[in-house]
Design a protein around this ligand. Sequence first.
Ligand code: DGY
Length: 324
Amino acid sequence: MAGASPRIVVTREIPQAALDLLREVGDVWWPQPDRALSPSELHEVVACADAVVSTLQDRIDAAFADAAGPSLRVVSTVAVGYDNIDVPALTSRGIVVTNTPGVLTDATADLAFGLLLAVTRRLGEGERLLRSRTPWSFHLGFMLGSGLQGKTLGIVGLGQIGRAMARRALAFGMDIRYSGRRRADEAIERELGATYLPFEELLSSSDVVSLHCPLTASTHHLIDADALARMKPSAYLINTTRGPVVDESALAKALADGAIAGAGLDVFENEPEVHPDLLELDNVALAPHLGSATVETRTAMATLAARNAVAVLSGEQPPTPVRG
Ligand code: DGY
């Protein structure tokens, strides 16, 4: 509609700075008070939208595009991961898809390393002990954890976040190995002292396996019972990417049986549900999908998402398109 202000639907509340950017170019709608929209509510509110700023909770597929109708020009997700988006279904309709890589790298790697420290040094277990008012006293064998110096970190997916995790691990004296779809540049391998290994070998030789690959059809349940059986009984698994990369039932069993030593998990197969067996185990550190959850990072993500949407609405190339 020539001259009409674009209709921009934001599916969850976003920081003011990002809203302000969107308001400069269109009429912005978002649920107030903030809440998750059901799929049918989502389809209802996106009708006739020119742009949708979405989150990883929204299922964005052909039905979504049909519900929005022909006005829709851009779906800008406030996330680096876009496994919730059927990119070909959108791009084949001429809808641009954008995400927010880069700005959450450090926050996510910090959280992954935090989970690693939490599980290897038994921080959650120690806190639960104190909060339960259980009597305790210092002694030399009390609540011993596992040190990181000289241990091997196996990174699955040496992208931006995997590399940031490796840099943190280097500062803790760890050796870096990695596996992935392809080998990293020589310069990156040199900087990180990282050795490329086939996935199976990475599993069997690492003291810590940290997952940084996206969720795709080929990484769904990449860590299954077989993969867990290849890991050392003294090894730890860290997952800050997407829950379904890990078969959660198999993981809970491996943790309960002592097939691996522990796990640190920020993401879950059926979020927001957490497998009930995991909740019973002491050798797992849990966080509710907090990887990018800092004020600075969420502001940067939302602002980048807004810039992406504004660019497409203005007929310009968005800063960070998803190449579908
Ligand atoms: C992402 O961006 O994909 C994270 O999971 C949420 O910040």
